[in-house]
Design a protein around this ligand. Structure first.
Ligand code: FAD
Ligand code: NAD
Length: 565
């Protein structure tokens, strides 16, 4: 199990960006327009030979047409396709759309439903539930309402209608994704895909004859499933994972959440808003160990302490037994270091949020001499798959959760686009340190780049100083108008060069605010330049404006200083 936060640390490379103005405008993926994804691309490019810049002539529309491979390109080398993608989650979808746009004859193989984890069991339904919890929280906050001059009689909810909202949203986005691929001419092949040899994939559904297809290049995009530690028995009713929780079949009075990462924290926001009491069980010594420690502490003050949440840290859930025969769920805890039993707690239900495991079984990796590492497919910085000897496997790439680099939807998609750029003649390395992440609690938490301890460590190793600046939401007019002054933004940067190393935000709409910082990192924009960018007043974006303006950079060169007129 790897957290995205810890994984992001080892990655670095600079990243300027070039937006692609001819990207179709009407396709949406998990709320992100395609051009937004493309604009996260880069760099280190060599000129593309003109004959390779073929564009699909298929017009984008959301009409549901059967797929007929709209790409005008014929496949060189006698292959059925230029590109086969195994897995139609957000990573596969992003890669497929970019591939047809680049003129590649493309097929995508899906063994279950289009959209994968994010659309069906992840980002999409969880954000629908979080939209409900945000409103419930606000309506129940009498003090907040009174200070705005509002009077609201007690707010309630209809559990089934809440569940339907999440489910309907997933269906809608799933059908948008499917239609966008069909409209662009991606062949959607149904069945579980297995690599049977170089450039050859077999796929099929149980009860149907299997088929074989060939392609010049293959992208593995098979994603992940919930990781459940040994000793924990899942019954899907009283002991469950996020897959079950998203169906919102019931709201337990007392819920234990094992793991205080993204999933644990987001679900604690949902369940406490709907009336549950929550007990966190976290193996590490503090809650939310993946966040910048200062942001983690503040998150504890805002998101944990005032709510009906208690916690046990430094303990493992060694054994969990579902409720049965009138007995509640039993959770046996052991000390994370000594492994000695500490206590057994009894709750109504337990949500297991202990990370994700790569979904790579049955993929036939042994047929191309690839040995997984704890299930993850080993790749280099260009997502090219490495074999058991550490050599590149020609024509095979792996993107998204299955490679474990950064388990986020937009990272999977950006990796897919990056691979297609390489396949169509432009060298490309994605800067993972420019990829933002967000936790959609109320208020939200977001981050990009290094945490303060990581930046300090890097500075010590590489011999540079770091500086930190902070701004509070309490000084922001818009936040105060909303009566949402709780929050902090901090930036870690190099005072000698103005390079932005990391930005962390906790506060209203933090997930949206982070993009100014992530784009600055992606584009290599320095603090001394961005501090002169103008922000509309009164907006939350002024929180970042204040942050940039508070930074003190001394490059020894005065050309960037403002000129008095
Ligand atoms: C509760 C929850 C909330 C989340 N919220 C967010 C969020 O807000 N923001 C965010 O960025 N990320 C979020 N994530 C993470 C995000 O869902 C994943 O990072 C993302 O889905 C990974 O995309 P992927 O394309 O790599 O894999 P997946 O989305 O997992 O897709 C893989 C697809 O491959 C298919 N497949 C697997 N094996 C085969 C095979 N052999 N043949 C054919 N098909 C196969 C699967 O059926 C699946 O459809 C969340 C995750 C969870 C669980
Ligand atoms: N908003 C988002 O972007 C979002 C939301 C949900 C999920 N995700 C993605 O899904 C992935 C999985 O999320 P997650 O929260 O399950 O994983 P995570 O890695 O973020 O957190 C898991 C936590 O569980 C703890 N843990 C592990 N085993 C334990 C045990 N036996 N007992 C007690 N604690 C234990 C770990 O120390 C860690 O803090 C993440 O990597 C994230 O990228 C993203």
């Amino acid at each position: 199990m790897q957290s995205s936060m810890s994984l992001s640390l080892s990655l670095s490379s600079p990243l300027p960006t070039k937006a692609n103005s001819s990207t179709p405008r009407s396709i949406r993926f998990c709320g992100l327009r395609r051009e937004a994804l493309v604009s996260n691309l880069t760099h280190r490019h060599r000129p593309v030979p003109p004959q390779r810049i073929q564009r699909s002539r298929v017009q984008v529309s959301c009409a549901s047409t059967s797929s007929s491979n709209g790409s005008s390109a014929s496949v060189k080398g006698g292959f059925d396709y230029d590109l086969i993608i195994i897995g139609a989650g957000v990573g596969g979808h992003g890669a497929a759309l970019h591939a047809v746009e680049k003129g590649l004859k493309t097929a995508i193989i899906e063994g279950d439903v289009v959209g994968g984890t994010c659309v069906n069991r992840g980002c999409v339904p969880s954000k629908a539930l979080l939209a409900v919890s945000g409103r419930m929280r606000e309506l129940h906050d009498e003090h907040h309402m009174k200070s705005l001059g509002l009077q609201v009689s007690s707010a309630g909810y209809d559990r089934q209608a809440v569940a339907d909202h999440a489910n309907n949203l997933a269906s809608k986005i799933r059908s948008n994704l499917t239609n966008s691929m069909k409209a662009l001419g991606v062949d959607i092949l149904t069945g579980v895909g297995t690599i049977v040899g170089p450039q050859k994939v077999r796929y099929g559904k149980a009860g149907f004859p299997e088929k074989e297809v060939t392609a010049r290049d293959i992208i593995i995009a098979t994603g992940s499933t919930p990781f459940v530690p040994n000793g924990i028995e899942i019954d899907g009713k009283t002991v469950f994972t996020s897959d079950h929780a998203l169906k919102m079949e019931w709201v337990p009075d007392w819920l234990a959440i094992v793991g205080s990462g993204y999933i644990g924290l987001e679900f604690s926001d949902v369940y406490t808003a709907l009336g549950s009491e929550v007990t966190f069980i976290e193996a590490l010594d503090q809650l939310m160990p993946g966040f910048d420690p200062e942001i983690g502490k503040l998150a504890q003050r805002i998101l944990i302490n005032p709510r009906k949440i208690d916690y046990h840290t430094g303990v493992f859930a060694k054994k969990i037994t579902p409720a049965k025969d009138g007995k509640p769920v039993q959770i046996e805890l052991i000390d994370a270091k000594s492994k000695e039993p500490t206590e057994t707690i009894e709750v109504d239900a337990a949500l297991i949020a202990t990370g994700r495991a790569p979904f790579t079984k049955g993929l036939g990796l042994e047929n191309i001499n690839v040995a997984t590492q704890r299930g993850f497919v080993p790749v280099d910085e260009r997502m090219r798959v490495l074999d058991a000897n550490g050599e590149l496997v020609p024509h095979v790439y792996c993107i998204g959760d299955a490679n474990g680099k950064l388990m986020l939807a937009h990272a999977a998609s950006a990796q897919g686009i990056s691979v297609v750029e390489q396949l169509t003649g432009r060298d490309h390395v994605l800067n993972h340190l420019s990829i933002p992440a967000a936790c959609f609690t109320h208020p939200e938490i977001s981050m990009v780049g290094l945490t303060e301890p990581q930046a300090r460590e890097k500075g010590e190793k590489e011999g540079f100083e770091i500086s930190v600046v902070k701004t509070s939401f309490k000084a922001n007019t818009k936040a105060l108008a909303e009566n949402e002054g709780d929050g902090l933004a901090k930036m870690i940067y190099r005072p000698d060069t103005g390079e932005i190393l990391g930005v962390h935000i906790l506060g209203l709409h933090a997930a949206d605010l982070i993009h100014e910082a992530s784009n600055a990192i992606a584009l290599g924009t320095k603090v001394q330049d961005i501090k002169f960018a103008v922000h509309a007043h009164p907006t939350l974006s002024e929180v970042l404006d204040e942050l940039f303006k508070a930074a003190k950079v001394n490059t020894g060169v005065s050309v960037n200083e403002p000129v008095a007129v």
